[in-house]
Design a protein around this ligand. Structure first.
Ligand SMILES: CC(C)(COP(=O)(O)OP(=O)(O)OC[C@H]1O[C@@H](n2cnc3c(N)ncnc32)[C@H](O)[C@@H]1OP(=O)(O)O)[C@@H](O)C(=O)NCCC(=O)NCCS
Length: 148
């Protein structure tokens, strides 16, 4: 399977929303995603494509010198093939000159995502209690500092 990675464009929105809905119990609303992908000045989105079709995406915010990863998601049938890793790697390649580190929140039960982030050197820095409104689950705060 040949997977291509690139910065998202406005007309990728429907494909990104499809992946979002297939991946989260409480997906972002289409309107929220539209703002974040197409209008926000701090957002950066990477998409993964197979045969020109979007199979995964990664979304982040660049705030001052930090990159806050909001979402990494891959269509279920394309998981465990390195696509999540490819998305995070592409995001880092494109942003590492402008940031000093990366941070994110992740559900403490989401072992697969935690393992993915640990592969990039993320470590747990704290907990946000009752962070997720749907289940009141705690979030792990993870951080990865780039070396100077
Ligand atoms: C988390 C997610 C993005 C991973 O995407 P993926 O393409 O399957 O991940 P990769 O194949 O690149 O795996 C990278 C590493 O993550 C870990 N991992 C991912 N899925 C795993 C699983 N099902 N079981 C165990 N480890 C897993 C492994 O360490 C893996 O490395 P390895 O294959 O060398 O063992 C995907 O499972 C997903 O979309 N989940 C739903 C959305 C979500 O929870 N996103 C994260 C919250 S922001």
């Amino acid at each position: 399977m040949e997977v291509k990675y690139r910065l998202a464009e406005n007309n990728d929105l429907d494909g990104i929303f499809r992946v979002e809905k297939s991946s989260f119990s409480s997906p972002w609303l289409f309107e929220s995603l539209l703002y974040d992908v197409c209008l926000s000045s701090v957002s950066i989105y990477i998409v993964a494509l197979v045969d020109k079709s979007i199979i995964g995406f990664c979304g982040a915010h660049l705030v001052v010198d930090e990159c806050h990863i909001n979402n990494v998601a891959v269509l279920p049938k394309f998981r465990r093939a390195g696509v999540g890793q490819g998305l995070v790697k592409t995001l880092m390649t494109l942003t590492q000159e402008t940031v000093t580190g990366y941070t994110l929140e992740v559900r403490q039960s989401n072992i697969n995502a935690i393992k993915l982030y640990q592969k990039f050197g993320f470590t747990q820095q704290g907990i946000r209690e009752n962070y997720y409104a749907d289940t009141q689950e705690d979030a792990l705060i993870m951080f990865m500092q780039l070396k100077a």
